[in-house]
Design a protein around this ligand. Structure first.
Ligand code: UDP
Length: 498
């Protein structure tokens, strides 16, 4: 049975916000905007970040959505409702909202079990369109399950389908002895979406290459990176940050920020910290006897990230705590728990180095957040981290899971002050120039416009009438060429592009 909880827009409860009504501003009626849908079936853009299953994807969808709304689109972000008391609609800003559809039970369901509920998600999405009269000519899906949703929708209507992977089965399952039951389905869908979508957004050139070599050589890919909010993530005086967080001014702070997941490699970081200069592990003569030389007393390992004892992230945290104890780092380590983006800049700024020891990372938002705050990054030499971190200029890249190499790299940042100072200066510049959300959204907006213009020129379908006065047509050159294109091919469609 298909459940559909959101009622027609007028009667739906909406989260309180300072947002103004969508189509009036200062008492004046403003032109209707082009509506687009971002679909993130399992990553709620309105969720708290930094806990089980809520990480980079949630941040990406929310930030992209809000930034696209600033560029003139009406952005509706669809996700699955996971709690009965969650509001069906959260209005983030006048033209950007999260819409929670009922598809399956209204409680947390692990990712690998969600596939069964996707047909309900598709039906709920279609019903929402029917009831509100909104048709989305462009849908941007996120993660493989939403890709399946997008593929179903594309079968039934003329939409432009854009997809961002966030994680790739071809990489994730590579090192796994036991694949989950859903593995083959996921691999097949990840291939299908690449071959069928109108455009795949790869977040790094490394991801693009992996897609082409390990998923399919067919398909249209554009590289548009992830971004960060450079107004929020920026350097603040270190002494101020440390005082506010209760850290000493002479401590050497090694920071981890992220979810508790074995793939994140926190174990490597903890073991590396135990080997920092002065803390070298010495094997005694007795079998299995390990002696630890004391670390310099001013080393602090700070681990930021939420967890729930009843979920898999809680189990991973327990495992990490055990390792911290085994290697003798209990007094030096602080488990901070989940921290919001409002306070995270303080942690990044307070730190001497931010370490990202992931086994694989399609992009890795934490790297650019840390760099934006002027913090050098030591990261695994994998995936998107190869793209964001420039060795010797904004940090160091280290062979994945190589404890000794991580220890050496962290030591170098902690002890070579003139060089670390140079990294701190260069890191924010790299982020400002390449990874601001506004820049990312401008690229995406340009891509959407091109795809919509293409679809206008290739189709006779009725949604053309809804493209009235899109506020996004702002580039005069593009506008002129799209006008010419549209005039020749879709006479009588009623489109106004000025
Ligand atoms: N994060 C957060 N609070 C925490 C831990 C993490 O806000 O306590 C955020 C972090 O700032 C980043 C995101 O979660 O924006 C993690 O994204 P990343 O791409 O690094 O990793 P993913 O979660 O996608 O594997």
């Amino acid at each position: 049975m298909v459940h559909f909880s959101p009622k027609p827009a007028a009667s739906m409860p909406v989260a309180k916000s300072s947002a103004k009504l969508p189509y009036t501003l200062f008492g004046k009626t403003i032109p209707r905007r082009q509506a687009i849908a971002l679909i993130s079936d399992h990553g709620d853009p309105a969720a708290e970040i930094g806990k089980e299953e809520a990480g980079g994807q949630n941040v990406y969808v929310r930030q992209v959505g809000e930034s696209l709304a600033k560029l003139g689109w009406q952005v509706d972000m669809f996700t699955r409702k996971t709690r009965p008391d969650d509001l069906p609609i959260v209005q983030h800003s006048p033209y950007c909202r999260t819409i929670r559809l009922v598809a399956g039970p209204e409680h947390f369901v692990p990712r690998d079990e969600l596939f069964a509920y996707l047909p309900e998600f598709v039906a709920a999405f279609q019903m929402f369109q029917g009831q509100t009269g909104i048709h989305y000519p462009l849908i941007h899906t996120n993660y493989w399950m939403s890709a399946w949703v997008g593929l179903q929708l594309k079968q039934h209507s003329n939409i432009q389908l854009v997809h961002t992977y966030h994680s790739l089965a071809a990489v994730k399952y590579q090192a796994m002895q036991q694949r989950p039951a859903i593995a083959n389905t996921r691999l097949a869908i990840e291939r299908q979406i690449l071959e069928i979508a109108d455009c795949i957004v790869a977040t790094s050139p490394q991801e693009e290459e992996t897609l082409q070599t390990r998923v399919s050589s067919q398909g249209h890919i554009e590289v548009i990176p992830c971004g960060t909010d450079i107004e929020n993530f920026h350097a603040i005086p270190r002494a101020e940050a440390r005082t506010r967080l209760g850290f000493g001014l002479h401590e050497k702070i090694v920071l981890y920020v992220g979810r508790f997941d074995p793939r994140k490699g926190i174990e490597t970081l903890v073991r590396a910290c135990a080997q920092l200069r002065g803390g070298t592990v010495i094997r005694g003569s007795g079998a299995g006897n390990v002696l630890l030389r004391p670390l310099p007393s001013n080393i602090r390992l700070v681990i930021v990230g939420g967890s729930d004892p009843d979920q898999t992230d809680g189990q991973e945290r327990q495992r990490i705590e055990q390792i911290v104890q085994n290697v003798g780092l209990v007094t030096q380590t602080r488990f901070v728990g989940q921290v919001g983006h409002d306070l995270l800049p303080l942690y990044y700024t307070a730190a001497d180095v931010c370490v990202i020891p992931s086994h694989y990372e399609p992009f890795g938002l934490v790297a650019i957040e840390a760099m934006a705050c002027g913090t050098p990054v030591v990261a695994s030499d994998v995936g998107g981290l190869k793209f964001t971190v420039v060795p010797e200029e904004t940090g160091l890249l280290v062979p994945v899971q190589n404890t000794a190499a991580f220890a050496e790299a962290i030591d170098r940042v902690l002890n070579d002050e003139p060089w670390a100072h140079k990294l701190r200066k260069q890191a924010p510049i790299r982020v400002q120039q390449n990874f601001s959300w506004s820049g990312v959204a401008a690229h995406l907006s340009d891509l959407y416009r091109r795809l919509l213009a293409q679809s206008i020129s290739h189709s006779k379908v009725p949604f053309l009438n809804q493209l009235a006065t899109p506020a996004v047509y702002t580039n005069p050159d593009r506008l002129a060429s799209e006008k010419a294109l549209t005039k020749g091919r879709s006479q009588g469609s009623g489109i106004k592009l000025s």
